[in-house]
Design a binder for this molecule. Sequence first.
Ligand code: MG
Length: 262
Amino acid sequence: MKRIMPFIAAVLFAASPALAQDSEGQGSRTPADWDVHDRDRPRPAVVSPATASVGNTVGQPPSDAIVLFGGAADGLSGWEHFNGDPAGWKVADGYFEVVPRTGGIRTRQGFGDVQLHVEWSAPSPPDGEDQDRGNSGVFLMNAYEVQVLDSYENDTYPDGQAAALYGQYPPLVNAMSAPGEWNAYDIVFRRPRFDEDGALVSPAYVTVFHNGVLVQNHEEMTGPSGHRSRPPYEAHADRLPISLQDHDHPVRFRNIWLRELE
Ligand code: MG
């Protein structure tokens, strides 16, 4: 999180009056609210693009991203153990690794609607089979899981393979990299909405690209992820931590960033 503040400060102090105005938003997104080609329409904010990771060279987040793990220098300062202790996973050069049976970790900050980028690598050489091989998970709002699993020549139930919305939607295709190589997930998550009485107003929607390939296309989640169950929605806060699962396997993660969409 330490990297956020310098960026925000840079934007605030470097922005011209026109750009500062733009950063306040675009107003209505409804075409009917604007004449076609209306030159009075607010300009989108300028963002330096993300760059892709290639092999062991890690890409750069876009300039407006919140960086959740940028490398060893930052450590896991933005994360904590589920019980509130410091995250105990191993931080190495450019990545961190699940330390089996130490428990999952979650972001210290809560998030709702996000664009989330996560890179991960399954253990090499592979060990185990089915669900017992390179298993972890990315949980939006600590509840809605995009499965992490070594699905490279490793069969399992389809709604539990890599990039599945666990227990609900298999990925459209299997775009898995080999063990030891890096995978990228680009996730667009729209959180569920609840009314004041806790009734569901709109469900969660999830889109996922796995290594640049569309694998989940705006899928409507039936509720939180469950093992051998599909639990119903239960009202929860608008912002909750993103968490990573300890499933007893030394899965590696790197280059984790998000952009808030609300
Ligand atoms: Mg999992």
